[in-house]
Structure formats: structure tokens, C-alpha cells
Design a protein around this ligand. Structure first.
Ligand SMILES: [Zn+2]
Length: 133
């Protein structure tokens, strides 16, 4: 006996809705784990350009610049849904170098193309946004 696909689809949706109370806390814990790992790496890592310790301030600077980047994208492209890949996780507070966190090596490396630092790369916004209609 074959179950009609609308019934299977409805069952899948019901199971996913019922799983939200379990999946949402797991997602929050995993996100928090990632943030802690990034902070720990930043506190231990030195900037590959100037050699100074990055620290949490470098992550905060990258977050602030990313937020400005998103606000500017929304302002200049109202109604567009973006699919963005963030490649700058830290910005050195001393030399303003954009850094990407490499999951494999658990270290920060320089990134060449990147927003969100318009001071060092004014054309970067066009390089990193992918428009989806
Ligand atoms: Zn530096």
C-alpha cells in the first residue's frame, strides 16, 4: 500500500513543528559553542599582519562592520533577499586587517577580498553579495 505524497508531506510538517521545542535549544547551544570557540581562538591568536593579539575586540569590530554592511545593503537594495557568506570574522584593531577564521586550522588568516571593511576595500560590497530573486 502506497501512502499519498500529500499525506507524507503533512506528516513531515507536523513532525518538524513538534520537533521545534527540541531543535531550537540545540541550535542555540551549538551557536553559543561556536561563539565561545571563536572568542577563545581570538584571545590566543596574533594578527598575521602585525603580530599583536587579536582579542575579543577584533571580533566586535568585525561584527559592527558586518552590521553596517548589512544595513547599507538593505538601504541600497530594498526588497531584495540576500544570500551572504561572511568571510571576515575579525578585524585587527591595530592594523585594520580583515581576518577569516579557518575551521580546519582553528586560526585566523588574512582575507583578500572582503567586506565589511570599506576603509580598506571600498569595492568590497559588490564582491560579496549574492542577489536572489
Ligand atoms: Zn594587525
Amino acid at each position: 500500500m502506497r501512502i499519498p505524497s500529500p499525506i507524507i508531506n503533512a506528516l513531515i510538517i507536523i513532525v518538524l513543528i513538534l520537533a521545534i521545542p527540541v531543535l531550537a535549544p540545540i541550535a542555540m547551544v551549538l551557536h553559543d559553542f561556536d561563539l565561545r570557540r571563536l572568542r577563545a581562538a581570538a584571545e590566543k591568536s596574533a594578527c598575521p599582519a602585525c603580530g599583536r593579539t587579536l582579542g575579543v575586540e577584533a571580533l566586535q569590530l568585525a561584527d559592527e562592520l558586518w552590521l553596517k554592511h548589512i544595513v547599507e545593503l538593505r538601504r541600497t537594495h530594498p526588497g531584495v533577499i540576500f544570500r551572504l557568506i561572511r568571510q571576515v570574522h575579525a578585524v585587527c584593531t591595530h592594523c585594520q586587517t580583515n581576518l577569516c577564521f579557518c575551521e580546519d586550522s582553528k586560526s585566523f588568516t588574512k582575507t583578500e577580498t572582503m567586506e565589511p571593511n570599506p576603509a580598506t576595500n571600498p569595492d568590497a560590497q559588490e564582491q560579496t553579495c549574492y542577489l536572489v530573486r
